[in-house]
Design a binder for this molecule. Sequence first.
Ligand SMILES: Nc1nc2c(c(=O)[nH]1)N[C@H]1C(S)=C(S)[C@@H](COP(=O)(O)OP(=O)(O)OC[C@H]3O[C@@H](n4cnc5c(N)ncnc54)[C@H](O)[C@@H]3O)O[C@H]1N2
Ligand code: MOO
Length: 406
Amino acid sequence: MLTRRTPISVAEAQARMQAVPLKTATEVVPIEEANHRILAADVKASYAYPHFRRAGMDGYAIRAADDHDFPKAFKVLGEIQAGATWEQPLASGEAVRIMTGAYVPDDAAKVIRIEKTRAVDGDPHRVKIITGESKTNITETGTDVKQGETILARNQEINPGGLAVLRAFGIKKVTVYQQPRIAIIATGTELLNSTDPIAPGKIYNSNGIMLKNLVEETGGVVDFTTQLPDDAATIERVLKQQMANHEIVITDGGVSVGDFDYIGDSARQADQLLFNKIKQRPGSVTTAFVQDNTLVMALSGNPGACFTGFYLYMEPLIRRYQHQKTRLQHVRAILAAPYNKTNGFDRYLRCRYEIKDGHYLVYPNGINRSGSLANLQTTTCLALIPHSTTPMQVGTETDAWLLPFK
Ligand SMILES: Nc1nc2c(c(=O)[nH]1)N[C@H]1C(S)=C(S)[C@@H](COP(=O)(O)OP(=O)(O)OC[C@H]3O[C@@H](n4cnc5c(N)ncnc54)[C@H](O)[C@@H]3O)O[C@H]1N2
Ligand code: MOO
């Protein structure tokens, strides 16, 4: 349907997205499933770490009072393996053979490394310590973490190192933010199923697999995907169904002014139309609306615009849902190769970047049309070409956003 649209700036569109209230909730998950989840509560140490005095070297544990006038011989009381404990008192002139990681006897003050000892006449019950040690080779209780300390602070993403910390303290479950569940609906009668043979006029739903994986890498859960022909009734029915079950629905295609652009119609009828025209290329038709507490992000069908639109509007929203900032890194960068096209709208150019002499250099990456997709794999940043009637000169400084997952 052809109606007038009021274009707004990218900053304004992002601000309107940012102002959408999100109902974030928490859930408890086993730590085996917690990698990459965002902690919603501080995790405290229920005991110190290490929680016993631990040998840092293989050798012989001795008392402080015996730690002088080497070489001298000691009686060996026995052996402590890692995992065992030791109750027997250690008297002067006595030593205990001890392994790295093992429990140190309470009255031992030092572990003399095995390299500094010799056997005495092949007698397993005696050892001669040749020289002393400056270090104790004992890790005292709580050296790493004191009891009650915060071991992992809330609002951070758990990673494999963090899982090691949790396991070390015997923690079985953690409270994390719920991930937003997102439905993705691609529209277009031209869309084939992945198993169909390629056919004239038809294309595969390349945006679908890209969006699904972008959402997942950003921390969302995609629990519904479909592709629909340009049939107003079908699109409306499926969109309504999915809106009833989701806080966020992403659509792509059908937001322009063509005869079959039905998503645009839904947007116009919504409670709250956030925007349906942005002063940007690619993806000027990118649309967002809220209805019954569901946000619908209608991205353009053009692959370049779909990709860019995801990063500019969806990525920050999915991150915010879990109390995280965007992972796009804003930098000042220098246009390092020509881009001669001019535009009435700001262009978010798909580029590759490198760092040279402390500067970010951005290189336009192949064909930058809205409908082109060959550069999507190798694009590592978006660089701003401000709207102008003259091309931006090579060497000009501009804003750029480094993309995550690249
Ligand atoms: N008369 C006008 N025509 C168009 C205008 C305009 O202002 N006046 N705007 C153009 C611009 S700019 C864009 S961007 C596109 C936006 O179109 P839509 O977002 O509505 O998308 P479609 O028309 O459905 O498709 C555009 C293009 O993308 C292909 N496509 C669609 N879905 C997929 C998919 N899932 N995977 C891969 N490719 C997809 C589709 O086949 C088209 O080639 O409108 C311009 N037109
Ligand atoms: O708005 Mo469209 O700029 O070609 O993607």
